[in-house]
Write a protein that binds this ligand. Sequence first.
Ligand code: ZN
Ligand code: FE
Length: 256
Amino acid sequence: MLPLPAFTDNYIWMLHDGHQAIVVDPGDSAPVLQTLKDLQLTLQAILVTHHHADHVGGVDALRDATGATVYGPAREHIPEPLVRLTQGDVVQVLGLRFETIDVPGHTAGHIAYYCPEMDGAPLLFCGDTLFSGGCGRLFEGTPAQMLDSLDQLAALPANTRVCCTHEYTLSNLKFARAVEPGNSALLHYSSQCEALRAQNLPTLPSQMALEQEINPFLRVRQTAVAQAAQGYDARVHQDDAVAVLAALRQWKNEFR
Ligand code: ZN
Ligand code: FE
């Protein structure tokens, strides 16, 4: 499982078995082609989570160069030909089973790929829906949709490895500490991630159990998080999880 860095802060996730490979959200073909060459791998499939250019920019070049099959969200405009997926559809590649989960919010048709078992633990490719310590911006969806999407992901097994597409962890954790300054798991994780980034290492994949403890967007029903959201916007009722999420997202957009 390799996170190939692309652009300034994207990761293109690659899985391979020594012969065949798949990639997720190749915004750029160059790092993928280089790695295929270096490791002498054949590209079997390309999985796409949503239509943004930093996730699909390399799809055409990779398909042309390798003949790989492209899978993506049924309801978004992705370069054709494409196998169109919605909730519950299954992709079998590299001997692995990937289940499609509809996660609208960042974009209207965003999907995630959940593999129940690879090397002893589940695996999730969640695109720009869930980040370590944060969530994607609401470009096309509503706070209610995003909450529903995050709830679906949070219901996955605790040991699910979470493969996000951006290295946003440190800035997300800075915001998370503003929301929950008393969260000791968050403070501990922040120092771990700072040490990784100081060595230019990825903070990802994360784990679902950890995200449950440190990610404010998965913690909108926690009293401390709801109180902080109300402190930001006094109109928020603490038991209204959608309003708490909407306030957190707005606060994060302005946060520096
Ligand atoms: Zn995006
Ligand atoms: Fe992105």
